[in-house]
Ligand binder design. Structure first.
Ligand SMILES: [Zn+2]
Length: 498
């Protein structure tokens, strides 16, 4: 089975064939650090975090590069508004961005270069573009000559002549063509600047991604990702610069994520309709926010909705409860002969089907919605098993229950959804001696010892020997354990500590 990805360049799903077997080289455009990220930005980064995690789970060695744009018009504007240095704005929000990514459980990039630390390499590429007739300098600015790259528009499917007659093209007399874009800008007074062959200035935005991606990954690299609003002009321009400068293919597969919307409008800072990630995470737990986002395919638009977030919270609570119930059921019924084999076979085949469906859905252009569907379907089967066999779950079922629990935890972890209720209880070693005294247990395993104590307690209760039953309870309490009687039988937990 192979992974299929939707390639924006060909507008089709293609089999993913890495340039080097078993390895994935991917680049995802990072933030311009002038403000906290909103959850629309977070969705894009979550998408590529999950894609990266899935490749790793499927055995690939993934190199994941993401830039930080720490010099830009927006940063300079913000600094002027606040009366501080642009570098201070950039530092503050670089730190905030990294913290935000960590708060959403997004893995750190393999490399995260800063624009301001890559200036010499950018100057070098601009010089090569000028030498090759793809760029020209005017009064300290350098522009890319769009007409020098005949394939311009191939990624976004735009025609140069249509673009030219478009109303959004800015008019600048110094450009040879209105579509030409800046590679290097003369610094105005008070702006950050670096020396260059064209005078003191700073790089344009697009050039940094061309330089950093090639520098970290080499060309062509496997996957270039970003939100769909970056296709034009940013990615079109990156592609033109890189292929014009090197004569080599830039990227093998272009992946673009759909936008987060509010009332069917793109969430953006300029529209003022945004919610910051940190504000959403103050109300909803990380697994809930991830589930909410991953229940929609990454290429589709996603409408922000607190109702859908609430639904995701309920769904996640059900999963957590199920995992706890599977854990408890497994340690509770030493006396039972176990569930009927038909019931057990049903759960085992549901487990195999769930894993297969999860892989098939994720292989199909990372269909996380379908993959979650497979997990929820299996969760229903496991709940049914527990409900049907409430009093019959026995030692013979333990392996099946452990596998069921582990599968749910494993598959959700591929999506970065961590089930916190799933931590195995490690029993204190002292419980062995207590089990030896009260239940005649002769082994050395604390978990077995607890099971023996619970069995002894159940036997005592069946005989209405309350003194013996209470002795077990008190014995467990001596090592900090509490017995609870539940619908699935007795279970042992640690005493809650505040
Ligand atoms: Zn970029």
């Amino acid at each position: 089975m192979s992974i299929r990805v939707h390639n924006t360049m060909t507008r089709t799903k293609e089999e993913f064939v890495p340039r080097e077997a078993g390895k994935v080289a991917m680049y995802v455009c990072g933030p311009t650090v002038y403000n906290h990220i909103h959850i629309g930005n977070a969705r894009t980064f979550l998408t590529f975090d999950v894609i990266r995690r899935y490749f790793i789970w499927r055995g690939f060695d993934v190199t994941f590069v993401q830039n930080i744009t720490d010099v830009d018009d927006k940063i300079i504007k913000r600094a002027a508004e606040e009366g501080i240095a642009p570098a201070d704005v950039a530092d503050t929000y670089t730190f905030a961005f990294r913290a935000a990514m960590e708060s959403l459980g997004i893995e750190r990039p393999t490399a995260q270069p800063l624009a301001t630390q890559t200036i010499p390499q950018m100057i070098d590429m601009i010089e090569r573009l000028i030498a090759g007739g793809h760029a020209y300098a005017v009064d300290g600015d350098v522009y890319f000559s769009v007409r020098s790259f005949p394939a311009y528009g191939k990624l976004s499917g735009r025609d140069i002549d249509d673009l030219e007659s478009g109303a959004r093209v800015e008019v600048d007399d110094r450009k040879q063509d209105p579509l030409d874009f800046a590679l290097w800008k003369t610094a105005k007074p008070g702006e950050p600047h670096w020396p260059s062959p064209w005078g003191e200035g700073r790089p344009g935005w697009h050039i940094e991604c061309s330089v950093m991606s090639e520098g970290e990954l080499g060309l062509p690299f496997d996957i270039h990702g970003g939100a769909s609003d970056l296709i034009f002009p940013h990615h079109e321009n990156e592609l033109a610069q890189s292929e014009a400068a090197t004569g080599t293919q830039f990227v093998r597969y272009w992946l673009h994520g759909g936008l987060l919307q509010v009332n069917a409008e793109k969430m953006s800072k300029s529209l003022g309709n945004f919610m910051l990630l940190k504000d959403v995470l103050a109300v909803y737990a990380v697994p809930v926010v991830r589930l909410f986002m991953l229940q929609t395919h990454y290429r589709s638009p996603l409408e922000f909705s607190t109702d859908r977030l609430d639904e995701a919270r309920t769904a996640f609570e059900r999963i957590e409860n199920l995992v706890r119930n599977l854990e408890w059921a497994k340690s509770a019924k030493a006396m039972s002969s176990g569930a009927p084999s038909a019931s057990r076979e049903l759960l085992a085949s549901a487990r195999d089907a769930a894993r297969e469906k999860f892989v098939a859905e994720m292989d199909d252009d990372f269909n996380t919605a379908g993959a979650l569907g497979a997990i929820f379907e299996f969760a229903r089967a496991a709940n049914t098993f527990l409900a049907d066999n409430q009093s019959d779950v026995g030692v013979a079922d333990i392996e099946l229950l452990v596998h069921a629990k582990e599968l749910i935890i494993e598959l959700l972890a591929v999506l970065g959804v961590v089930v916190t209720g799933a931590v195995d209880i490690e029993f204190p070693p002292d419980v062995v001696g207590i089990a030896n005294q009260l239940a005649g247990y002769a082994g050395t395993d604390p978990e077995e010892a607890v099971r023996a104590l619970l069995a002894a307690r159940a036997a005592a209760r069946a005989e209405r020997n309350w003194t013996a039953a209470d002795a077990v309870r008190d014995g467990l309490a001596m090592v900090g354990l509490v017995v609870e009687d539940t619908a699935q039988g007795a279970r042992v937990t640690y005493r809650a500590v505040n």
